[in-house]
Design a protein around this ligand. Sequence first.
Ligand SMILES: *Cc1c(COP(=O)(O)O)cnc(C)c1O
Length: 223
Amino acid sequence: MKTEIQENLERIRRTLPSHVTLVAVSKFHPVGVLREAYDAGQRVFGESRVQELQEKVRSLPADIEWHFIGHLQVNKVKYIAPYVSLIHAVDSIRLLREIDRQGGRVERVIPCLLQLHVAREETKFGFSMEECRRFLQDGEWRALRHVRIEGLMCMASNTSDTGRVRADFRAAHDFFEELRSTVFSGETTFSKCSWGMSGDYGMAIGEGSTMVRIGSAIFGERV
Ligand SMILES: *Cc1c(COP(=O)(O)O)cnc(C)c1O
């Protein structure tokens, strides 16, 4: 018999185009629940707290790709640098520099996305487009040999106004295209758009997402 998690995963996968990666957001759920998703074929998991991630990495199979999706504190980069597959929410130059430093220490190039602040809320982390443009044009990041900026991540406004949500994703995608044809022109690794969660991933895919971060629609509500 299929478990609920298996059914949820299958239902969601059926709706995703093949160029879209499903990141199963497993934060706050115990390892047994992740194991169920693993047994249903899921290999990409997203976590947002370093200590919780560390514990899960130790108890689950080594072929899992662990993505860090939350706000990452500079002093915690060292713990995840040896294995993290993608850091979604790089929101400061200081953080990018530290990821580079820790990547150097473990002899890795760590894939990163820059977090854009497109939502209306004041409290969200991330670069404004203007800050991001300035930072990328400045060029310091090109000297960072142990990070690779592979795209953008954003969260839409937390609102039931779907027009607003769509406008946020569209703005992020327009900006992605701008960067792809300017700062990153010729760099095929700049290819990832991480937007869309349980409530809005369909719309996000319509607005250029290549990576959806889905938690509650797979695992149920977090306890
Ligand atoms: C928790 C979280 C998600 C998943 O949210 P759901 O609504 O449960 O799908 C996605 N992205 C980030 C950054 C999160 O913190």
